[in-house]
Design a protein around this ligand. Structure first.
Ligand code: NAD
Length: 285
């Protein structure tokens, strides 16, 4: 049997289209949403993500203000800054860039964000609404982007066998909840799951957010499956810097029906959904 052609799902194009749609909806509604970003410390990856988010917001003509706090900031100061933004009438959305330095309690900080301004969908209120399957909250941006990319390959996900590898608060767990909302049959795999290869082999829709470079091998993947690769890992190959995902891309090509690339897959969608959630927050206020 000759290998099948694997469709590469173009996350950059999907994200550009979504950003343009959000910007035009904002113009039509005559709102100019204001995003407040809080960045603590000097984590280089976080600085890159914040720059990308600010550039996308500027491109949509949204307002952004950035507060940079030192890595050794006192917890009380961080909490004060979050509460001030939660109460500020001119701010529509708040993004606390993660990870935080070790001495800061992420949950305590996130819970101070007003749920109506929680454009990252990480407060207990919004996570709870998503877990309960209740509409009207904010879902996290990366999982929203993953579902969007799967829908770029399939008009409806209803009834499909979906596997999510990873159960983190930021990606795997909310993604499983969103897929239930799409009427998928959802399996959640994690570091303690037995026979990951066997679980992967059953999935028509495979989402991998394990944070382990090239964890999923091509031979595990079901023929024709749609594969969404959330992982991002910098690698030096032959003296050249590049990014690899949680899926062994070279092995999956010719076997999967569709695959998201790294980079240019989930990453740009995350930023686009931040703008979508921000506009939604501004319109609701
Ligand atoms: P995390 O480390 O918080 O969670 C990883 C999850 O994977 C855990 O639940 C763990 O149980 C599971 N896991 C680990 N090893 C496993 C194994 N061998 N088999 C099965 N499950 C395993 O990571 P995260 O925040 O969810 O991020 C996952 C990946 O996605 C990372 O590479 C991260 O850089 C990337 N990421 C990308 C974006 C984006 O916008 N593209 C956004 C967030 C995260």
């Amino acid at each position: 049997m000759s290998p099948r052609e694997t469709v590469i799902i173009d996350g950059k194009a999907e994200a550009a289209a979504l950003r343009a749609k959000v910007a035009s909806e904002a113009r039509r509604a005559a709102v100019r949403p204001h995003l407040a970003i809080i960045l603590v410390g000097e984590d280089p990856a976080s600085h890159v993500y914040v720059r990308n988010k600010m550039a996308a917001a500027a491109e949509a003509d949204f307002r952004v203000s950035l507060l940079r706090l030192p890595a050794d900031v006192a917890e009380a100061r961080l909490h004060r800054e979050i509460v001030a933004r939660s109460e500020a009438a001119e701010i529509d959305g708040i993004l606390l860039q993660l990870p935080l330095p070790d001495h800061l309690d992420r949950r305590a900080a996130l819970s101070l964000i007003a749920p109506g301004k929680d454009v990252d969908g990480l407060t207990p209120v919004n996570a709870g609404l998503l877990a309960q399957g209740v509409a009207g909250g904010f879902a996290p941006c990366t999982p929203l982007g993953c579902v969007h990319l799967a829908k770029a390959a399939h008009r409806s996900l209803e009834g499909m066998e979906a596997l999510v590898v990873g159960r983190s608060e930021l990606v795997g767990r909310p993604l499983a909840a969103l897929l239930l909302r799409e009427d998928c049959t959802v399996t959640a795999a994690h570091s303690r799951s037995r026979d990951l290869a066997g679980l992967v082999g059953r999935a028509e829709l495979l989402f991998v957010a394990a944070g382990v470079a090239e964890l999923v091998r091509g031979s595990w993947v079901r023929e024709g499956a749609t594969v969404v690769d959330v992982g991002i890992h910098p690698r030096v190959v032959g003296g050249e810097r590049r990014l690899v995902g949680d899926v062994a891309r070279g092995e999956v090509l010719g076997r999967a029906g569709a695959l998201t690339p790294v980079p240019g897959g989930v990453g740009p969608m995350t930023v686009a959904y931040l703008l979508r959630n921000l506009l939604e927050a501004a319109l609701r206020r």
